[in-house]
Design a protein around this ligand. Structure first.
Ligand SMILES: *Cc1c(COP(=O)(O)O)cnc(C)c1O
Length: 361
């Protein structure tokens, strides 16, 4: 424990120590998370009518932003003497918790809705040797059970984003955005599920401003999937449904934080359809070369929708791409497939190259 990464990324605890809760050096469980690229998106910028940058959180060690919060949560759990951690998850929390528990040398239990976890995320949990428990219930039921388990069983830490250490770690992404741009952006667009991340980003931007490092903070633009949009309708969803499994949540735990971020920043929380999410995922991959999972495209889907309606933000806009596209291969394979083989001849190759084949749908 207290193991360092030698060269490359330092990890968010060592980089932002003064901004985070106290963590003794020997308790740090890090995999070199954070310091993800902020990628210019010229073609999408043109469509949106603003300077769009993509904060590609798929470049974290387990390929989602959850690593930022998990390094803090697990390190603090170790410092407090926990022997195990438990979490409910739509997938990425489980993947991150499994990896950081392995790093920290404690056991990890993840509670997930049966059959609802994207393939890449389930594979990560299995690879890291965590215990995966599938329940016949949705994410919200999984979260209730995990909370109870942490309360009733000794030495077991809950590492969902209701754990404030998660929010503390995740807020470091807004510091990086401000440092990369030299100032905060005018607006920040991101997907909203359990609403921990929008809460964390807003906390980070406010702290940056309060420290005198910036005069302003961005408008927060949160987007939920239409079939799981309790913050938009004001009603919890009993059976949330969307292709964007990472934001398939009917009763967000950080509801208050999300609404405060929206109101205090003069922002908005709206919904986008699954078709809009998938179109944005494809545009990001085809036109900008950045492959993110469906949920991660909700921010760009929302910006494109606002642009169509003449309501797009102006100036410098950052969209957070929360997780890597390889997390959810089934979404791509359900829409397109590998072509049949051809003979290994030059003629067949040329003929095949000439044939303009729209991807099978
Ligand atoms: C967890 C997650 C979200 C949603 O974040 P919340 O903090 O639950 O709002 C969005 N996208 C991806 C890829 C995620 O893993």
């Amino acid at each position: 424990m207290g193991v360092r990464t030698v060269g490359g990324r330092r990890g968010v605890i060592r980089k932002y120590r003064d901004w985070l809760p106290e963590i003794p050096e020997e308790a740090i469980a890090s995999l070199g998370e954070g310091d993800t690229p902020l990628i210019e998106a010229p073609r999408l910028s043109e469509k949106i009518g603003a300077s769009l940058y993509l904060k590609f959180e798929g470049m974290n060690p387990t390929a989602s932003f959850k690593d930022r919060g998990m390094t803090v949560a697990l390190s603090r759990a170790v410092a407090a003497g926990s022997r195990a951690c438990v979490c409910a998850s739509t997938g990425n929390t489980a993947a991150a918790a499994s990896a950081y528990s392995a790093r920290a040398g404690i056991s990890c239990f993840v509670v997930v809705p049966a059959g609802k976890i994207a393939l890449g995320k389930a594979v990560q949990v299995l690879a890291h040797g965590a215990k995966i428990i599938q329940i016949e219930g949705n994410f919200d039921a999984a979260l209730r059970l995990s909370k109870t388990a942490a309360e009733e069983l000794g030495n077991v830490s809950l590492v969902n984003s209701v754990n404030p250490d998660r929010i503390e770690g995740q807020k470091t992404a807004s510091f990086e955005v401000c440092e990369s741009l030299g100032c905060p952006p005018d607006a920040l667009a991101l997907p909203v599920g359990n609403a921990g991340n929008i809460t964390a980003y807003w906390k980070g931007f406010k702290e940056w401003r309060e420290a005198g490092l910036a005069q302003a903070a961005p408008r927060m633009l949160g987007f939920q999937a239409e079939g799981a949009s309790p913050l938009v309708t004001g009603q919890d969803f009993e059976s949330p449904e969307t292709v964007a499994s990472a934001i398939r949540i009917g009763a967000p735990a950080s509801r208050e934080g999300a609404l405060a971020a929206m109101h205090e920043s003069g922002g908005l929380i709206e919904s986008v359809t699954d078709a809009e999410i998938l179109a944005a995922q494809e545009a990001l991959a085809h036109e900008e070369g950045v492959f993110c999972e469906p949920a991660s495209a909700a921010g760009v889907a929302g910006l494109l929708k606002l642009a169509r309606e003449g309501r797009a933000p102006e100036g410098v806009v950052v969209s957070v791409l929360t997780g890597h596209g390889l997390k959810d291969p089934d979404v791509i394979l359900s829409r397109t497939r590998l072509p049949d083989p051809i003979p290994a001849t030059f003629e067949a190759l040329v003929e095949s190259m000439r044939r303009v084949e729209p991807a099978a749908r």
